[in-house]
Design a protein around this ligand. Structure first.
Ligand SMILES: [Mg+2]
Length: 272
């Protein structure tokens, strides 16, 4: 039992100890935290939205529902003797990498190549909603799927395991068009179109569709406006709030510091 008369004294002691703790002990921790978060690209909300919002799922379903509706007449139109295919990107188009992004955030990182290779080697990504249903439907119509991705060839095994586990059609080496020399997807699209009718392209990044977006120095917004009839019919766009080529416009110089990038993002904001 603590004697009643001792209580005020003990309370004061408690406050003193707490004050000392606040002043000295956490200082290093706070300083480290501040240093590591200076210029930090915080996309926690984006990852949470992809992982937990109904809207993300609904938009993905909407995209693939449109894909299915648009595919049927395209099959009927294609009559030049070539086989038919659809081209899909992999990351954030058929596979959901948000757990990797979550992992990076928890570890105060933005993107670490070794962490990425570790993640893809596990082959445990979930599917983007609607992707499996659409590609299974396409396969039932004798439309093949090609997976056109900028994953490295070294990531092939993990990716195949992932796609096969989820039951994706054409999950074999012949249908994986991974990055070898360039991240530019145009040469791979071109080579494929010599043998196949590419009926449709699905991606979360406009570069998954054509180089007129981002890669040819044109105004991407104007190019999107010019191509507006193709979205939902020829180009199927999946939502990706986490990353994309769209962000590069803010980073004019190579090897900018994280702080410079953070400043450039603030400058890029539209205000009133
Ligand atoms: Mg992608």
């Amino acid at each position: 039992m603590i004697e009643a008369f001792l209580l005020p004294y003990l309370m004061n002691m408690k406050r003193l100890i707490f004050a000392a703790f606040t002043l000295f002990l956490p200082f290093g921790v706070l300083a480290q935290d501040t240093a590591s978060t200076a210029g930090y690209r915080d996309y926690t909300t984006a990852v949470l939205w992809q992982q937990h919002s109904g809207e993300f799922r609904a938009l993905a379903f909407q995209a693939y529902n449109f894909a299915r509706l648009s595919l049927v007449p395209k099959i009927a139109e294609a009559s030049n003797g070539k086989k038919n295919c659809v081209v899909v990107d992999v990351d954030e188009t058929v596979l959901d990498n948000s757990p990797f992004q979550g992992n990076e955030i928890r570890n105060h990182k933005i993107f670490n190549q070794q962490d990425w290779a570790n993640w893809t080697s596990k082959g445990i990504a979930d599917t983007i909603p609607g992707a499996l249903g659409f590609l299974t439907f396409a396969a039932s119509q004798q439309v093949e799927t090609f997976y056109l991705s900028n994953r490295e060839v070294s990531e092939m095994e993990g990716t195949l395991k992932n796609l096969q586990t989820l039951g994706f059609p054409y999950a074999d080496k012949e249908h994986m068009l991974f990055k070898t020399t360039t991240s530019d997807k145009e040469p791979r699209r071109k080579a494929l179109s010599e043998k196949y009718n590419i009926l449709m392209l699905c991606g979360d990044n406009l570069s998954d569709f054509s180089n007129v977006f981002y890669r040819e120095g044109k105004n991407t917004i104007e190019q999107v406006d010019a191509a507006q009839q193709k979205f939902g019919t020829q180009y199927i766009v999946l939502p990706n709030p986490m990353y994309g080529d769209w962000e590069k416009q803010f980073y004019k110089v190579d090897k900018q510091s994280d702080q410079d990038k953070a400043n450039a993002r603030i400058e890029g904001l539209k205000t009133y």
